[in-house]
Design a protein around this ligand. Structure first.
Ligand code: EPU
Length: 337
């Protein structure tokens, strides 16, 4: 059913107000096809929402917002060592993690508690604590908005990269993901090499963690560092961690020996955006109801009744400070609308 002049305030984790001309909650691919056939729907102006945990609305939208609410999780195939699972786009990501952890299926436990839905997960190739969705991804199904054609995408079709995929680039706002298949393991050992995670486990004296131990550890680490979006409006990391060439990294390191770096693949070095922002003096900084979290400078929060435009303005000031101090251009991880 189409709702007119609908508020999106409860449908985005920043909790900002924005009105949309038409809104529909949809439970299946067939319902989507029917919706596209409705003469009130302009296919040029469609936006799909999962749980709104990676989007910042800065204005009203004169089109249709679709919320996908299909919620089934099925085991499709099982071998001695692997399990192929299919989850509908509307499944809450953490419910899929729990489904796996409860059955001792290994793989996505490091991605425990990431907000959002299964359908949104491939778009930015969600990741945390040393793993990303692409590591366990098998395929996905969905529908092209303009043509109404249905398609299955294999892993290579998706062109996964750090916090990116074909659905954030070439097919941005053109394809609706309706279900995702993941291949998880019945025999793998958890990966606890990410520093924050290994430090936590050694502090707790857990030497051989089970999949559940890792999931519990990630839950506690996230809860201690990241503000709960049901209490304080936020969308996780606002910016991506920037990737530098070895040369740029070396000259920065000479000036800032305590700079924090992550992986180093193909001659590129990823550094911590949170650290850069903190070094500019912006951790815990606040203007009105907008501010960075006191515990993590990469998380921009709505502490009350901030508007999307105010949050964006605050983010742009951070970008400017980081560019002036370090000569690095931060790129948004959150989708700005
Ligand atoms: N740090 C600072 N100051 C800060 C924040 C962080 O110095 O204000 C330092 C920390 O001390 C730590 C390092 O930066 O040494 C990394 O911090 P953290 O482990 O929190 O990871 P991150 O790089 O800031 C990324 C993801 C998160 C994910 C964590 C854990 C991106 C953009 N963000 O954050 O994902 O949970 O790693 O794996 O890649 C998200 O995408 O929304 C998200 C929260």
């Amino acid at each position: 059913m189409l709702h007119k002049n609908h508020s999106l305030k409860k449908l985005n984790t920043f909790g900002v107000e924005a009105k949309v001309k038409l809104f529909a909650e949809v439970f299946s691919l067939d319902e989507l096809t029917n919706l596209f056939a409705d003469e009130k729907v302009d296919r040029e102006k469609i936006l799909v929402l999962g749980s709104g945990s990676n989007i910042l609305f800065t204005k009203d939208f004169d089109g249709l917002v679709i919320k996908l609410s299909s919620s089934d999780i099925k085991i499709i195939d099982e071998t001695t060592n692997t399990v192929l699972i299919e989850a509908d786009a509307g499944v809450i990501w953490n419910d899929l993690v729990k489904f796996c952890v409860d059955r001792n299926f290994g793989g996505i436990e490091n991605l425990t508690l990431i907000p959002g839905t299964v359908g949104a997960a491939p778009i930015q190739n969600i990741g945390a604590y040393g793993h990303e969705l692409a590591d366990y991804f098998d395929s996905l199904k969905g529908i092209f908005i303009k043509s109404g054609n249905r398609k299955t995408f294999s892993k290579s079709d998706c062109r996964f990269a750090y916090r990116s995929s074909i659905f954030k680039e070439e097919f941005k706002n053109e394809f609706i993901i309706s279900s995702v298949r993941l291949k998880v393991s019945k025999s793998s050992k958890p990966n606890t090499s990410y520093k924050g995670l290994s430090d936590y486990l050694s502090k707790k004296e857990i030497a051989n963690p089970t999949i559940k131990d890792v999931s519990d550890a990630v839950t506690e680490i996230r809860r201690s560092k990241l503000p709960d979006p049901t209490k304080i409006g936020n969308a996780g990391s606002f910016f991506k961690n920037p990737v530098l060439s070895e040369n740029s990294f070396r000259s920065l390191k000479a000036e800032y020996p305590d700079i924090i770096k992550f992986s180093s693949d193909s001659g590129q070095i990823k550094i911590s955006a949170g650290w850069l922002i903190e070094k500019c003096g912006w951790r815990g900084k606040r203007t009105g109801d907008v501010g960075t979290s006191p515990d993590h400078a990469l998380i921009i929060c709505n502490f009350g009744n901030a508007t999307g435009a105010e949050i964006l303005e605050f983010a742009m000031r951070i970008k400017e400070e980081v560019a002036n101090k370090f000569g690095i251009k931060l790129e948004e991880e959150v989708n700005i609308f």
